[in-house]
Design a protein around this ligand. Structure first.
Ligand SMILES: [Ca+2]
Ligand SMILES: [Ca+2]
Ligand SMILES: [Ca+2]
Length: 403
């Protein structure tokens, strides 16, 4: 059973896994609803789903226009049971001829993204990564995992997301596998040209080039750019003295993920970040997809926060109320005005700029346009069979143990 119990040795850093008393919110759809049947969620381990996204009510209706989210990572296992139906697909290539660049974008057979490490359309983690952590597979699942399919987990944005896989890093320690500015510049160009509106970076780097800086400025800063997108950037939490790029860019369309434990506390090792759109998102004790032979695993860290935040933003953006907004309008009117003004804040961190805490990425407030998350609590105590069911679920959810 997937549980935050007896964590193996790889689950280190960040926060200790705490008992799963993570959320006082009840999702607007009951967790035992037959349409919310992802087993990890039922087992009470997706504590962050109801924490950040329990009220993404619009996902009960078909999403008209999903948001394309590009995950910049080491690739992803696109055959995974919780990912395979969630992928962005380049129809021209899917229905085109193998070996031919059917849409003339300079990339042959780019059906679900591109592998910028090897310059191939194969975005899967390479063979030697199997059995190890495929970081990108985990991130992809936190952004897009399919809900209501009876297996695994559900991402906050789920139905609202189409996932573009952008492989920019290998899985080995060879320098060829490291993040490379030239490769990143090309990848940014590709993702935004092919329609990605949210770019998720669960990574950071310190070395940059003028070309890469210009590419990020175009995507994440220049008002009205045809290639405008929202960049969700991780802020590391292992005591690094600075956040690194892309979080360090002071750009208007950068949203930074601040890692939060399930006690609403900022990770003590979180690096300072520029002032701006810094939103707390869950980092600790999060279950995501893994490449074979594992199917799911529990991980900690600021990477998780980034992917979850990207998913929450996509879920909100795809909702009928906001679906027509441009990236600049969405950032100004929703992320800046609503999410940054939320009274739901983390506990204060021990040092600037976190000494007043950070706003928590709480979709509840946006869903209801209320200024308090309390509206998402059940108004009436449930009775009869429903009460018994809820009680069983709650017991499951709170039943985790510390490692
Ligand atoms: Ca192509
Ligand atoms: Ca082709
Ligand atoms: Ca699922």
């Amino acid at each position: 059973m997937l549980a935050c119990v007896g964590l193996p040795s790889w689950a280190q850093g960040g926060f200790p896994c705490q008992p799963l008393k993570c959320s006082t919110l009840l999702p607007s759809l009951p967790v035992d609803d037959p349409h919310t049947n992802d087993c990890a969620y039922r087992a009470g381990n997706l504590w962050w789903v109801d924490y950040v996204a329990g009220s993404l009510e619009w996902t009960a209706k078909p999403v008209q226009k999903p948001v394309i989210v590009a995950v910049f990572d080491d690739g992803a296992d696109i055959d995974h049971e919780d990912l395979r139906n969630q992928l962005w697909t380049n129809q021209a290539e899917l229905n085109g001829r193998p070996g031919v660049d059917d849409d003339g974008n300079g990339y042959v057979d780019d059906v679900h993204g591109w592998n910028f490490v090897d310059d191939t359309p194969d975005v899967s983690p390479p063979e030697q990564c199997r059995g190890q952590v495929s970081h990108g597979t985990l991130m992809a699942s936190l952004i897009a995992a399919q809900r209501n399919n009876g297996v695994g987990i559900a991402a906050p944005g789920s139905d609202a997301v189409r996932l573009m896989i952008i492989k920019v890093v290998g899985c080995g320690s060879h320098t060829r596998d490291a993040l490379d500015p030239k490769r990143l510049t090309r990848a940014l160009e590709y993702a935004t040209r092919m329609g990605a509106r949210i770019l998720s970076f669960s990574s950071h780097w310190y070395a940059t080039t003028p070309e890469l800086d210009r590419a990020f400025a175009e995507v994440a800063d220049r008002p009205g750019s045809p290639r405008a997108a929202i960049v969700v950037a991780s802020v590391p939490n292992r005591g690094e003295p600075a956040a690194g790029y892309p979080a360090a860019y002071p750009f208007r369309r950068i949203v930074r993920a601040i890692p939060i434990g399930n006690d609403d506390r900022i990770s003590p090792g979180t690096s300072p970040a520029p002032f701006g759109l810094n939103l707390g998102a869950p980092s600790a004790c999060v279950i995501g997809a893994a490449a074979p032979p594992e199917k799911y695993r529990v991980e900690q860290g600021s990477s998780n926060s980034t992917a979850i935040l990207a998913s929450v933003l996509a879920g909100i953006w795809a909702s009928p109320a906001y679906a027509k907004l441009t990236p600049d309008e969405f950032v100004a009117g929703v992320v800046r005005k609503r999410m940054s003004m939320t009274p739901r804040r983390s506990k204060p961190g021990s040092r600037p700029p976190y000494d007043h805490g950070v706003p928590l990425a709480d979709a509840c407030i946006l869903a209801t346009k209320e200024r308090s998350a309390r509206v998402c609590r059940s108004q009436e105590p449930p009775t009869g069979k429903r009460a018994n069911e809820l009680q069983r679920n709650t017991a499951g959810r709170d039943g985790g143990q510390e490692p």
